[in-house]
Design a protein around this ligand. Sequence first.
Ligand SMILES: CC(C)(COP(=O)(O)OP(=O)(O)OC[C@H]1O[C@@H](n2cnc3c(N)ncnc32)[C@H](O)[C@@H]1OP(=O)(O)O)[C@@H](O)C(=O)NCCC(=O)NCCS
Length: 188
Amino acid sequence: MPTFDYSEFPTLRTERLVLRELRGSDAEDLFAVRSDPYVQRYNSVPHTDVSESAEMIERLTELFAKHEWIHWGVALRENDKLIGLYSLGWNEGHRRAEIGYDLNRAYWGKRLASEALGAMLAFAFDVLEVNRLEAQTIADNHESTRLLRKFGFQLEGVRRGYSLEEDGEFHGGAIYGLLRSEYEGGQA
Ligand SMILES: CC(C)(COP(=O)(O)OP(=O)(O)OC[C@H]1O[C@@H](n2cnc3c(N)ncnc32)[C@H](O)[C@@H]1OP(=O)(O)O)[C@@H](O)C(=O)NCCC(=O)NCCS
């Protein structure tokens, strides 16, 4: 049986990052991520005021308290600045989880997203003992699909014409999955 029971927030550490509980004081840094129209182009409407980011932190913190989702603030180890938000929704009964991830655009292309995802995958497979991880992403969100493929996620299907995005176009919704056997097979 998995050892995780939500009694304590699962802080994860990597070489350059700490994935930790969100705090009210992260609101400005979260706003920098969530107000960027390019980061948000396949996600919810960009925040226009920091109060929306502050409310979001409260909402996400409650989801952890209700044992519904884990949302990690991705912060730089050197100064604790929040540069992203990673999430995992765990279905214990079916031993699967869904993940989400985004990073402040100033930190793209530095393999920080990969570093954070590696830590989240290890937590999911080793601590939660999931059999399957799933990510839903817009099919032409190339930065996102590149990250998933790098970690061995397989494209399982595309829901055609799935969502109407900011560009006024309908986009396909892709489902990517990674099974425990594939994850373990890909480990060094
Ligand atoms: C998805 C996201 C987190 C990826 O971040 P990232 O900074 O590109 O990730 P990384 O730096 O770890 O790079 C991942 C891979 O892409 C490659 N890559 C990154 N930028 C690249 C570029 N400009 N050109 C070519 N390859 C690039 C990296 O080299 C790496 O592969 P490698 O280690 O095999 O070389 C980021 O684009 C993001 O926040 N997007 C907006 C939010 C979003 O859409 N989230 C998903 C919603 S479901």
